[in-house]
Design a protein around this ligand. Structure first.
Ligand SMILES: *Cc1c(COP(=O)(O)O)cnc(C)c1O
Length: 474
């Protein structure tokens, strides 16, 4: 057994660290060892429990109801509110869209109206559930444009949504105005608070200026909030809350017309591990409101220090004053975000590149964790050095031949041969290594190449890339 676990640790050494506050996307670190310990023990204790049937595992139902109750208080929900534990933000969003669609069975060709900054999960929902995504451009401040969204609403609109905050820019949409607009037309309004939902309420309690976005806002009918982000719980848990049970009814799926058990599900999954739910319950019990308040004070101290520090770094700027714990950084023309990301990675910091979008150039995303506070001076020093190196190297360029090659490709019909040609041209395939695909250490050239591609082309290229990565070892 020790041998297998040693091999596991060896494999894991290649991954981004989940502790230490130096990974500024994908993971959220409280920095509290005792919280991680409780979480791990709870995952282990419940790894084999099955959330399929709450009557067979009543402890899972009890923990789910506790968590939803805690969240309902946090999100100013009325006593009528109900909720469901899901596997993550994407599943919460999928179910919000699905329940809105199926809550309006008379609508033949349903649509939903979204700001262009809404999370990609809504487009996945559109794709899976056949709900047309109508996208309105956002304002110059990256917040949803209420007028532009109102103009897209019609009799077939089953859902309007906004973010608290948006992932890419970290700003909260004008939820009060959007919810009023939707309510005035009898349409459901969802707040995607997947990333902000567990931190903004505490920020407000700490006296920070947070615009209204919870169930206290009239017209908000559902909210998604992830525990596996700023709840600092292990991966695999989010909550979807509805203002009342009638709004949730269409989320349920039941099927009795087969020879097995009557399938009865509140989520997309049927059999599901009790581990993430038990871990979230345990962490929330342990931290409680007081613990989250302290973690929120820490994470905002880190955010404020980063914003102030960036203001002193030439060539770098904060794209939008953050409403929450997410910061987008932009550069001037002397350097580029992708090279800075590579330089930061070489210094032991993961920061996430974001491609150009809607006429705005590429940026760097930071999801700041409470644990980042203790390392914030190191972070700023690393950033200064990374920008210096990126300016010295100059902005990364893309070979005009590669640009021409990409522009000539049809994203709807990308063949294996096209893909091979592109990989070879971009240097992603090492021909001397037998044509094996390897993720390179430095990604700036690849990111710059993707950045010049259209979104459709980028999707096609990355799907082809992932398809090549996911090949069995035999
Ligand atoms: C993370 C996130 C999601 C999706 O959540 P996953 O847990 O990654 O599935 C949805 N919306 C926003 C704003 C997010 O930040």
């Amino acid at each position: 057994m020790n041998d297998v676990l040693a091999r596991l640790r060896e494999l894991q050494a290649a991954d981004l660290p989940v502790h230490g506050g130096r990974t500024l996307a994908y993971v959220y670190d409280s920095g509290l060892a005792e919280v991680d310990e409780v979480a791990r023990a709870a995952v282990a204790a419940y790894a084999g429990s099955n959330g399929l049937d709450p009557t067979a595992f009543p402890s899972l139902l009890a923990m789910e109801n506790d968590l939803v109750g805690f969240a309902a208080d946090l999100l100013d929900a009325p006593s009528s509110a109900v909720g469901t534990a899901t596997s993550g933000g994407t599943e919460s969003v999928l179910l919000a869209v699905q329940s809105a669609r199926d809550g309006a069975p008379g609508v033949e060709r349903p649509n939903m109206v979204l700001p262009s900054t809404i999370h990609a999960a809504f487009f996945k929902a559109a794709h899976y559930f056949g709900v047309e995504a109508r996208v309105a451009p956002v304002g110059a401040d990256f917040r949803a444009d209420v007028e532009a969204m109102a103009a897209l609403v019609d009799d077939s609109t089953v859902l309007v949504a906004g973010s608290a905050p948006s992932y890419a820019h970290g700003v909260v949409d004008p939820i009060t105005e959007l919810a009023a607009m939707a309510a005035g037309r009898g349409i459901r309004f969802h707040v995607d608070a997947c990333i902000g939902g567990w931190v903004l309420p505490y920020a407000a309690r700490l006296g920070r200026d947070v615009p209204g976005w919870t169930f206290a806002v009239p017209g908000v009918t559902s909210i998604s909030v992830d525990l596996h982000k700023y709840g600092y719980t292990p991966k695999g848990i989010s909550l979807l809350l509805h203002r009342d049970p009638a709004l949730r009814r269409s989320q349920y799926f039941a099927h009795a017309d087969w020879p097995g058990y009557t399938m009865l599900n509140s989520t997309l999954q049927s059999t599901k591990s009790g581990g993430p739910l038990a871990a979230a319950w345990a962490v929330v019990q342990q931290l409680g409101n007081a613990g989250y308040e302290r973690l929120t004070a820490d994470v905002f101290a880190a955010v404020d220090a980063i914003v102030a520090g960036v203001a002193r770094i030439p060539h770098l700027r904060v794209v939008a004053a953050p409403d929450s714990t997410l910061v987008a950084l932009g550069t001037d023309e002397t350097c580029d975000p992708f090279t800075i990301c590579d330089e930061m990675a070489a210094a032991g910091w993961f920061v996430q590149p974001q491609m150009a979008f809607g006429g705005h150039p590429a940026t760097i995303h930071l999801s700041v964790s409470a644990a980042t506070l203790g390392a914030v001076d190191d972070f700023l020093a690393a950033l200064v050095a990374a920008v210096d190196n990126a300016v010295a190297a100059g902005p990364v360029g893309v070979d005009p031949e590669v640009v021409a090659f990409i522009e000539a490709l049809d994203p709807t019909a990308l063949s294996d041969a096209d893909f091979d040609g592109l990989l070879a041209a971009s240097g992603l395939i090492d021909a001397s290594a037998g044509g094996d695909l390897e993720v390179p250490d430095r990604m700036a050239e690849v990111n710059a190449m993707l950045d010049v591609a259209s979104p459709r082309m980028r999707e096609a290229l990355l799907v082809a890339f992932l398809d090549r990565l996911q090949r069995p070892r035999r």
